[in-house]
Design a protein around this ligand. Structure first.
Ligand code: 9WO
Length: 264
């Protein structure tokens, strides 16, 4: 897969992608990353890439033409059609299913804004999809683009070694991961749960699954509706205390409980 980064700091995203699983995916030829700087496509002595917003207000807006020229240059660098993604807080929230969909494409162009954002006409004309990695504001889209690159790279066939593969399973069924332990068995901070030392693999798998379920219920009950659960697990959930509608975040400790919508 080929990913092109449109950014005033294209090296930033490329640097982020140089380590660990993503760096290895590039070394293995599974992924190539290319940066394009709109400033290299800006006109005049000053090579302006931004201007003041119509309607007034603080800050600057990125100009259409340098961005459009950079996107065009990226498109023309490879004949395969590219999906253009703009990273912004106004985008659709990124999820693992969206990551999976993006990872299956031959090319992505990730558009990173700076300042107050890019001229809306450029978004309308060139962007296929606007994505958000969470409800907070960054100084620019680059860190969000690095998140997309990382999440997509590890799904390329051959990117993960056997040692990494298990970590992928956690979100496959839409539940949070179970807790993990390593040596020593006993420690001043606590002991490793006995079941994990039992050698009984079926019982260990059951325990981990229940931990995942309990954690998801306590921390992210919103995930449960779409999770892949067995009828027995659904029944177990229905027997758990309901969330208090007056206090949906619940008291500290046991967590919010089963969302009302899921109670049969
Ligand atoms: C900056 C700003 C300053 C004063 C008044 C309003 C303002 N809005 C913004 C702003 O939202 N700037 C963005 C910076 C423009 C698009 C690129 N930037 C960005 C992307 N910040 N955060 C993201 C982002 C991307 C994906 N997921 C979460 C956050």
């Amino acid at each position: 897969m080929r990913i092109d980064i449109i950014s005033l700091f294209p090296e930033f995203v490329a640097q982020c992608a140089g380590f660990g699983v993503v760096g290895r995916a590039q070394e293995r030829g599974l992924l190539s990353i290319h940066g394009w700087n709109p400033r290299d496509h800006a006109e005049g002595n000053y090579r302006r890439v931004d201007d003041r917003p119509f309607g007034g207000g603080p800050g600057m807006v990125m100009l259409i033409d340098p961005l459009r020229a950079a996107i065009q240059a990226a498109r023309q660098a490879d004949p395969a059609p590219a999906r253009v993604v703009y990273l912004s807080p106004q985008g659709r929230p990124l999820t693992q299913p969206i990551v999976r969909e993006l990872a299956g494409r031959a090319r992505l162009i990730l558009l990173c804004g700076r300042y107050e954002g890019v001229d809306e006409r450029l978004v309308q004309a060139e962007v296929d999809e606007e994505l958000s990695i969470g409800d907070y504001v960054l100084s620019g889209g680059e860190l969000a683009a690095a998140v997309v690159v990382d999440a997509v790279a590890r799904l390329q066939d051959g990117a993960l070694n056997d040692a990494d593969s298990a970590a992928q399973d956690s979100f496959e069924d839409g539940l949070l991961d179970c807790p993990h332990y390593t040596r020593p068995v006993t420690h001043p901070l606590g002991d490793v749960p006995e079941v994990l030392l039992s050698g009984n693999h079926a019982e260990i798998a059951r325990w981990r699954r229940l931990q995942s379920l309990q954690r998801t219920l306590a921390r992210r009950p919103d995930l449960l509706a779409a999770a892949g659960l067995t009828p027995a697990e659904r029944a177990w959930l229905a027997a758990q205390p309901a969330a208090d509608p007056a206090d949906p975040d619940g008291p500290a400790g046991p967590g919010p409980g089963v969302p009302a919508i899921m109670r049969g």
